[in-house]
Design a protein around this ligand. Structure first.
Ligand SMILES: Cc1ncc(COP(=O)(O)O)c(C=O)c1O
Length: 391
């Protein structure tokens, strides 16, 4: 009888550590180190020649046993041929773009990407003479009309940061693949628990591991998962730039993976319950939560995702900025701060930046991150603050 295939939960428990543990701790230790020494010059030279390859012990900056285990684990979860770790999610995005966006080339970027993706494109790539064009994230197949002979890559997000449109991932991936250039998706929101974009035809997945993957707001890391065709190229950029992940962060991320599915499922349930409750409040105009049909691309989410993260937007009926400030300040169980994907709930007003297509929703947009707090406590907190938005 062939062995039962491992479920996602089994993988999360078993991955990234030796298959057989005998008389040792179940977790790999925190691995720190710079110099690695060899018995012979020939062994040193062999390691030097293969230093960009996952698994080659050469020098601390190129990785160690723990980082290689983590890269294998993440590749397995994302159905990738290879993963390269980076020091943050922003490093994963910028180093991937740097690999493909050459001077004189044209880069297509979805208009709803994370603010720092936009900042890297506008502040760095344009200085290197890359022509960055922002496109309507809901364009789908229509993207074909924007791809030129000079286009070097297409970068998008699912769902988009702040405004939560869910693009047609397979349609975009197919059009880009046909053009012979890489499609790059930021899939931080979904994690491999809810979506594996590489199985939908995307070439490169970038993610911030500082969010759900590590899950406890105590670790900054990023990852780049890709098909073989692009893996070596991207890894060479990361290694050449000298980006480096720390031993403690690697330990924390491996630990976070063990509970990833359990956390994502709890957060999905809590997020949808709070969002359903909010949707029924008179101050709410529209929910921008991918699991709600008021969210652009909801049908794409239904088709391509198996769950929803706890980060979503709420458009409140038009009111003043001062009212929004008073509402946010009145919430005692939602922290005010950037990032998301930890155990704590967060709130932040959002003013979307658009240069390709307008975001002309009439109302005030507020982003919520539902963490692992008691759902009743969060509802009571919101119920007490919502009247501050009344006209
Ligand atoms: C969608 C998205 N991608 C990437 C990042 C950047 O990740 P990091 O904070 O690990 O650099 C963020 C951070 O908020 C994000 O929201």
């Amino acid at each position: 009888m062939s062995p039962r295939p491992l479920s996602l939960q089994d993988k999360l428990v078993q991955t990234g550590r030796p298959a057989k543990i005998d008389g040792r701790h179940v977790n790999l230790p925190i691995e720190l180190g710079s110099t690695i020494v060899f018995d012979t010059l020939a062994a040193f030279e062999a390691a030097r020649d293969a230093r960009y390859q996952t698994g080659t012990m050469y020098y601390g900056r190129y990785g160690n046993e723990a980082s290689f285990q983590l890269e294998h684990a993440l590749a397995d979860l994302d159905c990738a041929d290879g993963v390269t770790l980076t020091s943050s999610g922003v490093a994963a995005i910028s180093l991937t773009l740097l690999t493909f966006a050459l001077p004189g080339k044209h880069l297509l970027v979805a208009d709803n990407v994370y603010a720092n993706t936009r900042a890297f494109c506008d502040k760095v790539l344009t200085r290197h003479k890359v022509r960055v064009e922002y496109f309507d994230p809901m364009l789908g197949n229509g993207l074909v009309g924007l791809i030129t002979d000079d286009t070097c890559a297409v970068m998008f997000e699912a769902p988009g940061s702040g405004t939560f449109e869910v693009p047609d991932i397979p349609a975009i991936a197919a059009v880009v693949r046909k053009a012979g250039i890489p499609s790059i998706i930021d899939s931080t929101w979904a994690t491999p628990v809810f979506c594996t974009p590489l199985t939908l035809g995307v070439d490169v997945v970038v993610a911030s591991c500082s969010k759900y993957l590590s899950g406890h707001s105590d670790c900054m890391l990023g990852m780049i998962a890709s098909r073989k065709a692009y893996h070596d190229q991207i890894r060479a950029t990361v290694m050449a730039v000298g980006d480096k992940t720390g031993g403690q962060e690697i330990f924390l991320l491996l630990r976070g993976l063990r509970t990833l599915k359990v956390r994502m499922e709890a957060i999905d349930t809590a997020g949808r319950e709070i969002a359903s409750w909010l949707a029924a409040q008179p101050q709410v105009k529209r929910m921008l939560h991918p699991a709600f049909d008021s969210c652009p691309g909801h049908a794409h989410w239904q088709r391509d995702f198996s769950g929803a993260a706890g980060l979503f937007g709420v458009v409140f009926h038009p009111c003043s900025d001062d009212q929004i400030r008073a509402f946010v300040d009145a919430l005692h169980h939602f922290g005010i701060g950037v990032s998301w994907g930890g155990y704590e709930s967060l709130v932040l007003p959002v003013k979307p930046t658009r240069t390709g297509n307008r975001w002309d929703e009439d109302g005030q947009l507020v982003r919520f991150n539902i963490g692992l707090d008691d759902i009743g406590t969060l509802k009571a907190d919101l119920a007490a603050a919502l009247p501050l938005l009344n006209s």
